[in-house]
Write a protein that binds this ligand. Structure first.
Ligand code: C2E
Ligand code: CA
Ligand code: CA
Length: 499
């Protein structure tokens, strides 16, 4: 609109000047015969001077107007499109010119979002002046790093967006590695303890019809993943991660109501004596009775571990188990010990043991009928804490099993320092034992060592007679696995209990 007004205005002035010039020319032509008279000549010269003056004034006005207009346009442009701190383009500029900028790039194009890690800390520890200097330095390096037709902007605070071209992923990742190293080298000040690390989220533009905000959202999604990654702080956007994230959000939106509506159900998988085949206990395994069918824990427990909901779910399962034990006792059945899985999150929760004791007391269940399963890697990570928790459980008469032994980084140190009532060999540990005599020796040696400590050995995931025979022969006490029984509904399991 402004541009049109400007054009109209200039055209109007030019036409006015033209008309004036033609007017002067015609006038000169008309009065030439009269110029013989002195008085007329003076009048003509006065008139012409007046015209000339008007001509100059008009020209001056036009010139000043155009100049003023250009300056104010530049000023407006810089307010609208330039980041005053770094002098780089701002988000507005990138957004407005996005499509034309993509169009002029050769090869594949990536939209990259760059974030300075812990920039808040830099501001707090070193002051905002220093923080500003870092931003300027980062902008300088980014600018110097640009190749033909590439662009970047400072979108907000410590966030930059770059439009870059590349040929293939490997080459692009190499470039990003070099860029992050250069930023670290040139923007940090190690003598002050100021380190500039950045995280990058990369979205490969494949469909130019996609709206800019969607592309940006995806680059941001990749950035969030990059920030939580421990090693490589730059990641490409992957559609599967987004699908997974959406599935996780769906689970999260349903979980509270599912707990209220008792959609989580306890299944019990029998543990049997290898020697006699008698029922010796069971492990409680949660199932989610969803309207679309039964969901296995591996699909939701990792989500609950991330958002902390597992603390509530585990206690719910524990309470269900205590309720079942009470019910069986009231029915005159002889209940067997039931084991409940507890997430690693409980280890740092001071309410863990008091809650367990309160629930056991509420249902008047003898503590020896309740067993706690803790996974090996949890214990390994918090050895001291685990030691104190184990001591407390034993003090109150609960049994504790180490779950998934042999699945991760088993440490003999754990066995040396912690006293478990039983150790559950992970099913992966047994994998391939029949074809690998070396594995057989390792399993046999491990079982012997555990038995020497006076700890019961439970073999998980026993699926075949060969496995069962082998495990029995090497001295395993208890078996759990599909060969003996699948996890059962509580009503079905109840029928296996001795009267
Ligand atoms: P886990 O504690 O190692 O439980 C054993 C898993 O192995 C169960 O899977 C069980 O169904 C499966 N399994 C049992 N026998 C066999 C077999 O012979 N072959 C094979 N291939 N698998 C067998 P499930 O029920 O899907 O549970 C998976 C994991 O979810 C559990 O592994 C446990 O870590 C976790 N989990 C289950 N319920 C709970 C719970 O209430 N709280 C917490 N925190 N974790 C739970
Ligand atoms: Ca378990
Ligand atoms: Ca296990």
């Amino acid at each position: 609109m402004k541009r049109i007004t400007h054009r109209l205005f200039s055209t109007f002035f030019l036409i006015a000047l033209l008309v004036l010039t033609i007017g002067v020319a015609c006038y000169w032509y008309q009065i030439q015969p009269l110029l013989k008279n002195q008085a007329t000549t003076t009048a003509v010269w006065w008139t012409l001077s007046l015209f000339g003056l008007m001509f100059l004034v008009l020209g001056g006005v036009l010139f000043s107007f155009l100049r003023f207009h250009r300056i104010s346009q530049q000023h407006l442009f810089s307010i609208a499109y330039i980041d005053p701190l770094t002098g780089a383009d701002n988000f507005n500029c990138m957004e407005t010119h996005f499509r034309e900028r993509v169009a002029i790039l050769d090869g594949k194009v990536a939209l990259v979002v760059l974030d300075i890690c812990k920039f808040k800390v830099i501001n707090e520890v070193h002051g905002s002046e220093r923080g500003n200097k870092v931003l300027k330095e980062v902008a300088r390096v980014l600018k110097e790093n640009l190749q033909k037709n590439e662009s970047f902007c400072r979108a907000a605070a410590d966030r930059f967006e770059l439009l870059l071209s590349y040929q293939d992923r490997a080459e692009f990742l190499q470039r990003m590695t070099q860029l992050t190293s250069r930023l670290r080298r040139e923007c940090s000040d190690e003598s002050e303890g100021l380190i500039v690390d950045v995280a990058l989220g990369i979205y490969e533009i494949t469909d130019m019809q996609e709206p800019f905000y969607i592309m940006l959202d995806r680059a941001h999604f990749a950035l969030e993943n990059a920030k939580s990654a421990s090693l490589r702080k730059y990641q490409f956007y992957e559609e599967e991660s987004r699908t997974r994230m959406i599935a996780e959000r769906k689970i999260e939106s349903l979980m509270e109501n599912a707990l209220k509506n008792r959609e989580f159900e306890v299944y019990l998988q029998p543990k049997c004596d290898f020697k006699t085949g008698r029922l010796r206990g069971a492990e409680a395994l949660v199932r989610w009775n969803h309207e679309q069918g039964i969901v296995r824990p591996d699909d939701f427990i990792p989500v609950f571990e991330k958002n902390g909901f597992i603390l509530q779910l585990d206690m719910f399962i524990f309470e269900e188990v205590a309720r079942l034990l009470q019910m069986w006792q009231q029915k005159g059945l002889k209940p067997v010990p039931l084991a409940v899985n507890f997430s690693r999150l409980h280890l740092n929760d001071d309410r863990f043991i008091p809650q367990i004791r309160r629930i056991a007391a509420k249902y008047q269940v003898p503590n020896h009928l309740l067993e706690v399963e803790l996974t090996e890697n949890v214990i390994f990570q918090n050895l001291q804490r685990a030691q104190s928790i184990l001591g407390n459980f034993h003090l109150y008469g609960f049994s504790v099993a180490m779950d998934d032994f042999g699945a991760g980084y088993s440490s003999l140190n754990v066995l040396k320092n912690l006293h478990f009532d039983s150790i559950k060999l992970d099913k992966e540990f047994l994998n391939g034992f029949d074809s690998n005599p070396y594995a057989q020796n390792v399993i046999e040696g491990t079982v012997k060592m555990i038995k020497k400590l006076g700890v019961q050995v439970v073999a998980e995931g026993v699926e075949t007679r060969e496995q069962a025979d082998f495990l029995h022969r090497i001295g395993c006490d208890i078996a759990q696995g599909y060969f003996f029984s699948r996890p059962l509904k509580a009503e079905t399991f109840e029928q296996m209990l001795p009267k």
